[in-house]
Design a protein around this ligand. Structure first.
Ligand SMILES: NC(=O)c1ccc[n+]([C@@H]2O[C@H](COP(=O)([O-])OP(=O)(O)OC[C@H]3O[C@@H](n4cnc5c(N)ncnc54)[C@H](OP(=O)(O)O)[C@@H]3O)[C@@H](O)[C@H]2O)c1
Length: 254
């Protein structure tokens, strides 16, 4: 048994962080690299992630980049096959569809669920056999507080994230004895590029007020929670949803 803070080191481990060219994925990838992991960055295209890969390499980290679109399962399988053993998966990609229920056609609903939920299942299936063989693995699925607390105007996203949280628990139940832990990471309101427009709107201001912390989180504030779940320190944490939301989901009024 190692001592603190060694229990937060990831030397010798390889971590794939999907959607890590920007936003929360980039912050988590940097943290894991700093803790000693070899990091596999991921984005839709190599040109978008290559500058990030170089940035981590310049900082002394071991780092490679995988490019595939979540909807393209053949490209996903080829990329994972080329990557070598993966010990830690942080599945962070999650698309939004901020439209009223009435405007979301069945095919739009199915497409978003495919990207946000089915693709997670496909990716876990690809990485988990190696984790089981090596008797060590970390599955960390990035959900959202909407997995438990619905909001209007995002029905497909709410449904997909709820499914992802449930998938995490199913994996925890089934893989618990294999050395692989499965947990979800549940962000609240983060000031990522994708939320810039929302933050500047009256709805964004209401969200800020609704949060006991009275502010949007800086994207870097997800990193410690991700590192904890990925680390040896979390060896008995399984099936948990680690909420990072400044207290939103714990409160009725703020
Ligand atoms: N930000 C928040 O406040 C918040 C709150 C709750 C939950 N979350 C969840 O946290 C995660 C990250 O959020 P974020 O705001 O940092 O996300 P983001 O800014 O939307 O970034 C997502 C990343 O995923 C990639 N991506 C998106 N769709 C993809 C696809 N179909 N195939 C491959 N890559 C794809 C993007 O690649 P490109 O760079 O190529 O576009 C980007 O790098 C998401 O799952 C989101 O649902 C975020």
């Amino acid at each position: 048994m190692s001592t603190f803070p060694d229990q937060f080191r990831l030397d010798g481990r390889t971590a794939l962080v999907t959607g890590s060219a920007r936003g929360l994925g980039w912050e988590m990838a940097k943290a894991l690299a700093e803790a000693g992991a070899r990091v596999l960055l991921h984005g839709r295209t190599q040109d978008r992630i290559a500058p990030r890969r170089e940035e981590l390499r310049r900082a002394g980290a071991a780092c490679d980049a995988l490019a595939f679109e979540m909807g393209d399962r053949a490209a996903m399988a080829a990329a994972i096959a080329s990557a070598g053993p993966i010990d830690i998966l942080i599945h962070n990609v999650g698309e939004r569809d901020r439209r009223p229920f009435a405007d979301i056609a069945p095919e739009d609903f199915a497409r978003l669920v495919d990207v946000d939920l089915n693709a997670a299942h496909a990716l876990v299936k690809l990485v988990v056999p190696g984790m089981i063989d090596r008797r060590w693995g970390r599955l960390i699925l990035v959900t959202s507080i909407v997995a438990d607390l619905a909001v209007p105007g995002a029905a497909s996203y709410v449904a997909a994230k709820g499914g992802l949280a449930a998938l995490t628990r199913a994996l925890a139940a089934e893989l618990g004895a294999t050395g692989v832990t499965s947990n979800s990471l549940t962000p609240g309101f983060f000031a990522t590029e994708t939320n810039a427009q929302l933050m500047a709107s009256p709805a964004g201001e209401r969200q800020r007020e609704r949060c006991p912390a009275k502010r949007w989180a800086d994207p870097s504030e997800i990193a410690g929670a991700a590192l904890f779940l990925a680390s040896p320190a979390a060896s008995y944490v399984n099936g948990h949803a680690l909420v990072v939301d400044g207290g939103v989901s714990a409160t009725y009024l703020a």
